[in-house]
Design a protein around this ligand. Sequence first.
Ligand code: COA
Length: 444
Amino acid sequence: MVKTVPVSTTDVTFIDLTSEDLARVRDLTETVWFSVTPGKSLQDLDDEVDLRHARGAVRAGGPLPGEAEGAATPLMAFYSAFDMGLTAPGPAGELQRVPMDGLTFVSVHPDARRRGVLRAMMTDHLHRVHDRGECAVAGLHASESAIYGRFGYGCASVEAKLTLGRGTELKAPAALAAEADAVTTHVVTLDGEPALAVLHEAHLACAGTTLGTVTRPEALAQRWFAFTDHPKARGSKEPQRLLLARRDGQVSGYAVFRRESRWEAGSPAGEVSVAELGARDDATLLALARRLVDLDLTARTTFWSRPVDDPVAWWSGGPRGGGMQLFDALWIRLVDVPRALAERGYACGAPVDLVLEVTDEVCPWNSGRWRLQIDGDGRAEVSGTGAEPDVVTPVAALGAAYLSGRTLLSQVSTLGVTERAPGAVRALSRAMRADREPVPAIGF
Ligand SMILES: CC(C)(COP(=O)(O)OP(=O)(O)OC[C@H]1O[C@@H](n2cnc3c(N)ncnc32)[C@H](O)[C@@H]1OP(=O)(O)O)[C@@H](O)C(=O)NCCC(=O)NCCS
């Protein structure tokens, strides 16, 4: 589909892309991100980009000074997306996996910036996701937190970074520590299909029991670490490794980590960086964390992408000791409001029956009134209605509350959620809460 989008000072046309366009994609992304991965080939880029969901923007007009006559017009913008899965709250304390479109590579050429190209791009993307009908929810990581709220995204999970010194004692209740002692862990080098298949199995197993998890697309599972850990870009650093946990013979957790060798004043001072840490249960989490803070020749371990209620932080004495830092993590956008609200579950208890009025400029099909009926088991039905609203909300507030990491009630003051019937916001806010904080999403 080719669609021309008028933007304020120039016209760009969004086009589908093929492998023939990868050189243009590389030129644009290297210009926008001013970063080059040594050794990365067009074939690597081809592996990394899901061309079914990739779109480019070309400008109207002939070549500019310095551009070759007859050469393909440079891309002015580019985006791509992955087919991912998201672990959302399910009914009555369970979890529910929902499909999620994960936007990535969002890039606008410096010559075209601040003329509305991103706005046109987001409209193009969200309308296409809606037209495809595969996902009711879209997600992304933001390079800067001020960008995406205006397009109806809400920040749904918060990422904590934690650094613990080598040998930090992780104090857990005795019963849990005894369970952790029964978990076995071993190190696997991520250098071939069997190891990557085991990693993907662990990744999916942990996603089923961990709120907020975003899963890699099945089709890319074997190649994902090739593009996040390119051998030529890595230089002398060790490749990423897998620490695999087993409990009762079953894979119960994993960590993806890398050590960086360093010596200070004749003593080992290596650093461990843990990019992903997943566990089906807290005993496995404890066993993995204990190994990761006690690797030989290292001085400290940094855990990235931890939830704000991370047990590892509390086992180590609390967030202060680990110098916890917080960042916005996954931004969620409801592309199809009634379907997205019906796909997740709610807390069990008193049934909720209310009318939401949703405002949504970018996806107008969401704007309007929706009756949300949640039964005592936490299952919802959503239907259009003409009845007077109990709650008026921008679509971004529903994205922010989707994983329960931020309550709907708190968005009365932050995103302008408005109550029309007394107690309605609190009732829905409580129904949307889960028992644990969501983990932040993997990088994508
Ligand atoms: C961020 C980027 C995509 C914006 O593209 P753009 O075409 O300049 O954006 P637009 O002109 O369509 O701006 C749309 C709106 O977003 C705002 N905006 C754009 N970039 C912003 C930023 N970095 N911070 C805050 N607001 C921003 C604009 O002011 C405008 O606001 P308005 O609608 O209220 O007037 C572009 O600057 C870029 O490629 N940056 C480097 C790569 C990057 O950060 N990509 C995002 C990856 S998640």
